[in-house]
Write a protein that binds this ligand. Structure first.
Ligand SMILES: Nc1nc2c(c(=O)[nH]1)N=C([C@H](O)[C@H](O)COP(=O)(O)OP(=O)(O)OP(=O)(O)O)CN2
Ligand code: ZN
Length: 138
């Protein structure tokens, strides 16, 4: 019997959506106000969803305290109050869109979780804009 455990977290971060190899004109055409060279910020809301069997001894799929600490160490401590373009190495050459941020978060958490557990990320960039990512089928 598979059950899913969800943990909410949040971080505030600044970003700019643009490509270094495009002109300002083209970046403005594609990314509009998100290409502001002075950056802009979002209050990101992250939902981490872990699916697996219930351990018959503990009754847990995963200890939520363990999940909370993992998200804090791997995501909040690295992303919160940061300029994603300039202070998070994964975005040095990767546009920090909600899609790309989700994939980076998923990759960071995936390697720390038991391979028997499935992982899905939901990332709200604004209250109305959000993306989900659950990895590639292997
Ligand atoms: N596919 C994507 N499209 C956009 C992304 C993204 O990450 N992936 N990001 C942005 C901007 O960074 C930002 O999210 C846009 O904000 P905005 O359009 O202002 O969104 P709101 O929800 O605040 O807008 P409302 O008009 O109030 O609904 C753009 N596109
Ligand atoms: Zn934005």
């Amino acid at each position: 019997m598979k059950v899913t455990v969800h943990r909410k977290a949040h971080f505030n971060a600044a970003h700019r959506l643009y490509r270094k190899d495009w002109s300002m004109k083209k970046n403005n055409q594609i990314f509009g106000k998100c290409n502001n060279p002075q950056f802009h910020g979002h209050n990101y809301e992250l939902i981490t969803s872990v699916t697996g069997d219930i351990d018959p001894e503990t009754g847990y799929v995963i200890d939520m305290k363990v999940l909370k600490d993992l998200i804090k160490e791997e995501i909040e401590d690295k992303f919160d109050h940061k300029n994603l373009n300039e202070q998070v190495e994964e975005f040095a050459d990767l546009n920090p869109t909600a899609e790309n941020i989700s994939v980076i978060i998923w990759n960071k958490l995936r390697v720390k979780l038991d391979p028997k557990l499935d992982l899905e990320i939901t990332l709200y960039e604004t209250p109305r804009n959000f993306v989900t990512y659950k990895g590639e089928k292997s």
